[in-house]
Structures are given as structure tokens and as C-alpha cells.
Design a protein around this ligand. Structure first.
Ligand code: FAD
Length: 319
């Protein structure tokens, strides 16, 4: 079922969902099940699975020459989505990224998703490679999320890359999500420019927005308000993450380009142990979640990062 239908059917009740990372190559899908199992009691109507760009390593060839080899640390998004749908009977939402794929490869992946009966996708540009500071589009691939979005919208209407096809009436069309940044995307020169491109994604046909994590609900409230000013009326799903260690005071702002409220950062610094930090992070997110429910958030979407326990504690307190 489409995420927009899940939200409509909930009739104003806030839903629970979460995001998973594919395990690192060589690990078992058990890791995924171990994250999902404890969270199923909160009835997630959908579960997201991230996609990750290939990185480069250099391998020495006979004669000492170095050869650049592309590899993915976390492959398997499509297979994991299929496994989730079959085992848990909930909708799986694969993330689709521009980086690392030609348009033809993207189209083939989308056809696989259609055959698997997947109704929703979250379309993204993707992060830069870990070895690079800037995002470089793949030759023959999409540059921005809006380009990829247009591709999915075209396919929904039977317009494939090199031919138009009469789409079978029982073929599922994708409900399409995009990313939104309450604290601005880090490459955007200002908030207005970021909103201009967000609006473009909505005008092209995006059905819902999932936000980057934030720790101050005021940022979400202002973001929703500004979206409405820009005539953006799709559901805006807040992305949430519990703080689990004091190191995250540095790592999260660095990676996700966000601010911690002073009250939270000072409270983390005042903690006497990592156990205390974890408890504080859970308590903070419980309060954030309760307030977001009061604010009418359609879904609370948790970034589990392979650790279900803090999310479970929050969900127990608020759902
Ligand atoms: P875009 O919408 O393409 O925007 C990128 C930048 O370009 C922005 O600054 C925007 O303002 C600007 N821009 C947009 N369109 C244009 C245009 N036409 N011309 C000029 N400038 C433009 N990354 C992954 O690799 N895998 C994942 O699974 C993943 N999941 C995510 C889930 C969520 C909910 C979020 C919020 C992020 C996720 N990311 C993921 C990270 C995301 O890929 C990065 O934040 C990336 O840097 C931007 O992606 P985007 O889709 O917002 O890009």
C-alpha cells in the first residue's frame, strides 16, 4: 500500500516507522531481522531500507600498477526489501540514489521493484563517496534527486528511457518520497534556494517528504510552516534519532549538518557516564516524540542504525 494511503487510513493518528541500513557485505540478513523483530509490536506500516554508493579502493596489479576498483560495502537493498515484505507483511521502502547508477541501471532496478510489488520509493541524490568531499554524478546517471524523481514519474506513466509502453492496468505505480532538511541542505547557499528545489521535487510529483534528523522540534514546526508558504501540502514525516553516545555531539553535526539545542548539548556534557548519556538521549526523544504527536506529525520515523533498543524504549513510552 502507498504511504499516503497508510497516512489517510490512520485518520490523524500518528504512525510509527523506522529505517534500516543493509548489513556490511559478508554479514547475515539475521542482523536485519534482529533489528526489526523487537519493533514489530508497534505496527510499523512501512520500513525503509537505505542505499549506499560505491566507494573506491586501489588494488596492486602485477608489475606494481594500481588499479581503481569500485565496490559497495552495503549492497542488498532490493533483496532486503523483498525479504521484509515476505516475512513481516509490511511495506518496505527502498531508498533509490542517483550516485553509482546509470539511468538504464536505475530503470532496471525500478522494474525489479515493480515486479516485487513494492509501492513506495524514497528518491535521493545520495551522499558523496566516503573518499570524496563532493558528490560527483555517475556518467550516464542522474545528477539531482529531481532528475531521478522525473524518471520514476515518467515510468509511472509508461514513459521508459528508450520507449513508451502501455502500462498494464494492474502494474503498481510508485508513491514517491523525497528528503527535506529543516536545517537546510549543507550545499545550499541559503534556505530559500533549498526550498526552491524542494518545491521543484513536489511539483514534479513527489508524494511525501521525510526530514533529516533534528533535535529541536521548533526546527520541524518552522519547516512545515515554510513548506505550506511554498504551497507544499504533502505529508511531512519527521526523521528522528536517539543520541546514544557523547561522541555524537561532534559526529552528528559533522555528518548531518545539524545543530544541537544548547540545553541538550550541556546536559550530555554534564553526564557522568555513557550509560547516563544513553538514558538522556532516550528521555529527550520521548519528549520530542510526544510533542510531535501533539503537533500532528503523520508518522514518527526512527533512524535505528542497526540498534533497535533505544527506538523500542521511545516507542514504548509514546505509542
Ligand atoms: P537533492 O534534492 O538533489 O539536493 C542536493 C542539493 O542540490 C541541495 O543543496 C539542493 O538544494 C540542490 N539542488 C537540488 N536540485 C537542484 C538543481 N536542479 N540545480 C541546482 N541545485 C539543486 N544518502 C544515501 O546515500 N543513501 C540513503 O539511503 C539516504 N537516505 C536518506 C534519507 C533521508 C530521509 C535523508 C534526509 C537523507 C538521506 N540520504 C541518503 C542523504 C542524502 O542523499 C544527502 O543528504 C544528499 O546530499 C542530498 O540528497 P537529496 O535527495 O536531498 O538531493
Amino acid at each position: 500500500m502507498k504511504i499516503t494511503e497508510h497516512i489517510q487510513n490512520a485518520k490523524g493518528k500518528t504512525l510509527f516507522s523506522f529505517e534500516l541500513l543493509p548489513p556490511i557485505k559478508g554479514q547475515s540478513i539475521r542482523n536485519i531481522y534482529n533489528t526489526i523483530d523487537p519493533l514489530m509490536e508497534f505496527n510499523p506500516p512501512f520500513i525503509d531500507v537505505t542505499y549506499h554508493r560505491e566507494d573506491y579502493i586501489y588494488k596492486e596489479q602485477p608489475g606494481g600498477l594500481l588499479q581503481k576498483v569500485a565496490y559497495r560495502k552495503r549492497p542488498g537493498t532490493v533483496a532486503i526489501c523483498a525479504a521484509i515484505m515476505s516475512k513481516y507483511k509490511v511495506d518496505a521502502v527502498p531508498h533509490l540514489i542517483c550516485g553509482g547508477f546509470t539511468k538504464e541501471e536505475t530503470e532496471n532496478a525500478l522494474i525489479d521493484l515493480q515486479f516485487l510489488g513494492i509501492d513506495n520509493v524514497l528518491v535521493l541524490r545520495g551522499d558523496p563517496r566516503q573518499t570524496e568531499k563532493t558528490f560527483y554524478p555517475t556518467p550516464g546517471g542522474h545528477e539531482y534527486a529531481s532528475d531521478l524523481l522525473q524518471h520514476v514519474v515518467d515510468m509511472n506513466h509508461g514513459k521508459y528511457l528508450h520507449e513508451n509502453i502501455d502500462v498494464a492496468t494492474d502494474q503498481n505505480s510508485f508513491c514517491i518520497g523525497v528528503a527535506g532538511y529543516p536545517e537546510k541542505h549543507f550545499e545550499s547557499p541559503n534556505l530559500e534556494t533549498d526550498f526552491k528545489y524542494l518545491k521543484k521535487k513536489i511539483d514534479l510529483g513527489a508524494d511525501f517528504i521525510v526530514t533529516q534528523m533534528f533535535f529541536d522540534n521548533e526546527k520541524y514546526r518552522k519547516f512545515v510552516e515554510k513548506c505550506r508558504e511554498y504551497d507544499i501540502h504533502v505529508p511531512i514525516i519527521p526523521g528522528l534519532k536517539p543520541i546514544t553516545s557523547s561522541k555524537q555531539l561532534i559526529s552528528l553535526p559533522k555528518t548531518f549538518h545539524l545543530d544541537f539545542p544548547l540545553e541538550l548539548s550541556e546536559a550530555v556534557r554534564a553526564c557522568k557516564s555513557e550509560k547516563e548519556v544513553k538514558e538522556l538521549g532516550i528521555e529527550w526523544l520521548i519528549n520530542q516524540s510526544k510533542e510531535l504527536i501533539k503537533m500532528g506529525a503523520p508518522v514518527l520515523h526512527f533512524y535505528t542504525m542497526g540498534n533497535p533498543e533505544p527506538t523500542k524504549r521511545v516507542a514504548e513510552a509514546v505509542f
